[in-house]
Design a binder for this molecule. Sequence first.
Ligand SMILES: [Zn+2]
Ligand SMILES: [Zn+2]
Length: 319
Amino acid sequence: MPESSSDATTPSLWRRAVRATLLWFDTSAAAVDDGDLDRIDWLRVVPFIALHLACLTVFWVGFSWFALWTAVALYAVRMFAITGFYHRYFAHKAFKTSRPVQFAFAVVGAASVQRGPLWWAAHHRHHHRHADTEHDVHSPRHGFFRSHMGWFLTRRGFGTNFDSIKDIARFPELRLLDRFDILVPALLAVGLYALGSWLEAAHPGLGTTGPQLLVWGFFVSTIVLFHATVTINSLAHRWGTRRFATRDDSRNNAFLALITFGEGWHNNHHHFPGSARQGFAWYELDLTYLGLRAMALLGLVRDLKPVPADMRTARPESA
Ligand SMILES: [Zn+2]
Ligand SMILES: [Zn+2]
């Protein structure tokens, strides 16, 4: 009996659904070749959408100062891991560190739900090679939504080009972290729920509960952290000033630098990406660099690459 057209499409849809679900847990699960790499993979990104919707439960779980400060602390620690390590270390090799410290901050970065360090660094290196050209997957020239998050919701954005990160992909522990990137955030969420439940019984004066600490510490903190991070792709190539006449549209923006711990000095960064420091001038606050300096004093990192003296000189953009 001949298959009807709808029967013929069912297996393909079914296979796509199975693959999408597998990819939630194992990013190396085989991809179904459905042709269009630039279409949003809605099934795969269900958890990303759910993470946003989960923030709405903040109206049910209530408020406590403890839950709020937990959210702020987790924002700060994870932002530093993203900016200092995912970005300046893994993507740019702007300083050196030991293998245990490298792994420890890879784990903290992975708790941000921004995938593993290999995926992050591979896409970021691609961005610097092709910034604001047609090949740059998150240039705002392709539209705000695509630059902010549309780019990694697609199949093209999901993959990792291992050829561009051979120097860091040689560490099996980092490959493992990348492959099972849901593990660390899941443990953080469970840990927060358990901590909140214990505090509710042991220290009721704090006014927190398991669900409350989960929602503030994980859902709200993670979503704010995520949107702050990706403003560097969407807004820091649009809003701000240009000290250097780089080939791209990068901008320096003090507000974005504040919320991203220094990454908002993005025009500086595109001009000289190799430096551990992105605020070139003394008045350009770069909290990540200060944090890295503190870690260097403690002997945890070393050889922070400086900004060459001649590059600190402000040059107006040529018309
Ligand atoms: Zn950029
Ligand atoms: Zn960069």
